[in-house]
Structure formats: structure tokens, C-alpha cells
Design a protein around this ligand. Structure first.
Ligand code: SF4
Ligand code: SF4
Length: 185
């Protein structure tokens, strides 16, 4: 745990800290400006300068191993692979998965999720739900990290939404083909 360190005399004056912050910002600004000017002349190419990403028009590609927004996987006939075993909901430390199970008409499938909600306002992106699933029915490979909405109620992703989500890389494709699409909900 972090200790509540008392401020020293100079910190209590605030002004030296404000100037220190301004100095750090100005130093980075001048360094980046100079390096970008040198790069445009073909010089100092070995030294990296900070690049501003024009979010949200431009997006960083998430590493393939990163845990991003959830999706539910489907069988060949388009139905969810999920068998409503509740293991993901049990493993979830944030208690943000709600499943309502129903009997499946196919006797080979015991149950299916009538309702499957994930409350993203509570999710901590731990990935325990994915690890707990015995059917590979839930994954966090959409490449989408945005979960900001105006209303908390919009942050509850239901089964229809989770089934619509796609993997950032279809299985079998090469990582070089990654492109992150804008978020559409
Ligand atoms: S990632 Fe973690 S917190 Fe989020 S739904 Fe899965 S188990 Fe729960
Ligand atoms: S997503 Fe997987 S772990 Fe969760 S209820 Fe469905 S089959 Fe079980």
C-alpha cells in the first residue's frame, strides 16, 4: 500500500512543482519537435520521436494476446456454443455475468442460454470467464477496448450483441492482416 507521504517545504509552496511540470512538458515538446525536423531531413533516424495518434480516426492495433471486449462463439448453424453451464458466471470475480438457462429442444444439447448478459461497467477484464469455459463459447478477442457509453444501461451487453461481435482476426488468418474497425453498436 502507498504511504501517505507528507509534502516537504518546496512541495507545499506548489510553484516549484508547477515549474518542474512545465519544464518536463517543454523538454519533451522541444525534443520531439527537433527530432521530427531532423527526420524530415533524413537525419537522426535512429532516435525515436513521439508520434501522436489521431484517435479515434486512427487506432492502435492491440497485441493479439490482449484481452478485449467479449463475444460469444457460434456453432456452424449460428446458434451459441454456450451450454449455460454457469462456470463463467461462477468464476467471474466482478459478478457481472448473468445467465438464464433453458432446456434445448435437441436432446444432444442439455441447455442453452435464454439470456446471457455481461455488465461491462463492472467487468475488470480479468479473462477468468474465458478460461473457465469448457466449450470455448466465450472469447475476448474482438480487439475492441472501448466501453464508454452515455448511459450505464447501454453497458450491459446482451446475448444478441455478444453473438454479433467478431474476432479481430478470423482464425487461420495471418496477424499482418489485422485492422481494427471503428466501434459500431
Ligand atoms: S473478464 Fe473477468 S470480470 Fe469481466 S466478465 Fe470475464 S470474468 Fe467477469
Ligand atoms: S460461456 Fe462457457 S462457461 Fe459460460 S455458461 Fe456458456 S458454456 Fe458455460
Amino acid at each position: 500500500m502507498l504511504e501517505d507521504k507528507p509534502l516537504n517545504f518546496w512541495e507545499r509552496l506548489y510553484l516549484p512543482e508547477i515549474f518542474r511540470g512545465l519544464w518536463i512538458t517543454a523538454r519533451h515538446f522541444c525534443r520531439n519537435l527537433s527530432l521530427h525536423a531532423l527526420h524530415s531531413l533524413g537525419l537522426a533516424r535512429d532516435k525515436e520521436a513521439a508520434v501522436t495518434i489521431l484517435y479515434p480516426e486512427e487506432r492502435r492495433v492491440s497485441p493479439l494476446s490482449s484481452r478485449t471486449r467479449h463475444r460469444l462463439t457460434k456453432r456452424a448453424d449460428g446458434t451459441p456454443k454456450c451450454v449455460a453451464c454457469m462456470l463463467c458466471a461462477t468464476a467471474c470475480p466482478a459478478d457481472c455475468i448473468f445467465i438464464e438457462a433453458a432446456e434445448h429442444p435437441d436432446p444432444a444439447v442439455e441447455k442453452f442460454p435464454l439470456r446471457f448478459d455481461i455488465d461491462m461497467s463492472k467487468c475488470v477484464f480479468c479473462g477468468f470467464c474465458v478460461e473457465a469455459c469448457p466449450k470455448d463459447a466465450i472469447r475476448m478477442d474482438t480487439g475492441i477496448v472501448e466501453i464508454a457509453f452515455h448511459d450505464r444501461r447501454d453497458m450491459v451487453f446482451d446475448i444478441n450483441f455478444l453473438l454479433k461481435e467478431e474476432a479481430v482476426i478470423p482464425h487461420g488468418d495471418q496477424p499482418a492482416q489485422v485492422s481494427v474497425a471503428p466501434v459500431v453498436r
